[in-house]
Design a protein around this ligand. Structure first.
Ligand code: FAD
Length: 324
């Protein structure tokens, strides 16, 4: 099934999302801001190529960065790593015309899988309430419907096994996740988490409610520790006390912090993959060190994939004739 992941393979008339042996991994990058950052991006992607990822992805304006050089970064990654690249596209603060223009650029460059997101909404300084910009879309489900109406894209969305920080409850957030799937999402990638039980409960709940799309695990190695703790406070990811205590115990020993972060991520990934997660998507922060060590460990363990891990579930996508 599918292609072996070569660039020429990407141009066959129909291709499948994954085709390689386990463990199934994928990598997220972000568009850099400096010339040195662009070198680092390519270096990191080239370094990770040996793990034959199912796909890679590139963020879009993440964390309110205003950095929209996603297409350029997708092309940079594709120039050194022969796997499908999935551009992210967020809708907050964008007009329909600008979304349409981004979609056309992605399609023309041969990127037909899109990770459709809302993006973070600015908080009103006075009321401390979130305030939606005028026009455009408010929620990712609206963006999914729009992309669906614009042709044959394979659409991924984000999901939150521990609940999105704005949602009043996990149940409400699951209802809202289901809206995105009903609007046409084909697969999902989770926010990162350190408690696997939350992922398994989330998947059980959405399966019980009739959804069968693949739910790929987003995994953030907890390194550099302080940086990840700061992110976690913002995005609502729970850092378990036992991890905090171990990391704080290694405060003056960065090497042990790194080794512990690798150990936590390997154990976590192994349990997820053995129990049905279709793949692990690493938030690399454009740094190869931790992700390389984790993938080396996983590869060494010859993980059998669990029963729910069906390649076919990722789906096939037609490539526009102009690219074949
Ligand atoms: P939505 O699905 O729209 O949900 C946002 C909130 O609104 C949730 O609380 C939800 O419960 C609620 N909601 C949804 N629909 C409704 C409705 N109809 N009525 C009321 N409430 C509703 N951000 C970036 O800016 N760029 C990126 O590249 C990026 N990449 C990401 C990749 C992944 C895998 C993930 C998980 C997140 C990423 N983010 C990125 C962050 C994301 O944009 C934020 O988490 C954002 O706050 C929510 O985006 P969403 O697409 O999940 O939004």
């Amino acid at each position: 099934m599918g292609t072996g992941g070569s660039i020429s393979g990407l141009r066959s008339s129909k291709r499948s999302f994954v085709s390689r042996q386990p463990p199934h991994v994928s990598f997220e990058f972000f568009p850099p801001k400096t010339p040195a950052g662009w070198d680092k991006l390519k270096e990191t992607a080239a370094h990770l190529a040996e793990f034959e990822p199912d796909f890679t992805s590139v963020t879009f304006g993440a964390g309110g960065s205003g950095n929209f050089r996603t297409l350029e970064a997708c092309l940079a990654v594709r120039s050194v790593l022969a796997a499908d690249v999935v551009p992210h596209l967020s809708c907050i603060g964008q007009t329909r015309d600008s979304i349409e223009a981004h979609l056309a650029e992605f399609r023309d460059a041969g990127f037909t899988r899109i990770l459709a997101l809302r993006g973070d909404v600015p908080i009103d300084a006075e009321s401390a309430e979130i305030s939606f910009p005028q026009g455009g879309f408010h929620y990712a489900s609206e963006l999914v419907s729009f992309i669906k109406s614009r042709g044959n894209f394979h659409i991924l969305v984000g999901c939150y096994p521990e609940g999105h920080p704005e949602a009043p409850s996990l149940q409400t957030d699951i209802d809202n996740f289901i809206r995105k799937v009903e609007a046409g999402a084909d697969a999902a990638i989770t926010q990162y988490f350190f408690n696997n039980a939350g992922y398994f409960h989330f998947v059980d709940e959405v399966r019980r409610r009739g959804l069968d799309i693949p739910i790929v695990v987003g995994l953030m190695p907890i390194w550099p520790y302080e940086q990840v703790v700061r992110f976690s406070a913002k995005c609502g990811a729970d850092v378990p006390l036992w991890i905090q205590k171990r990391m704080e115990g290694y405060k003056d020993d960065p090497e042990s912090q790194f080794e512990f972060a690798v150990e936590v991520a390997v154990t976590q990934s192994e349990e997820l993959l053995r129990n049905g997660a279709p793949g692990v998507h690493f938030y690399t922060l454009n740094r190869p060190e931790a992700t390389v060590r984790i993938c080396e460990n996983l590869r060494g363990q010859k993980i059998e994939r669990g029963p729910a891990s069906d390649d076919v579930a990722y789906g096939d996508v037609e490539v526009p004739a102009s690219l074949s």
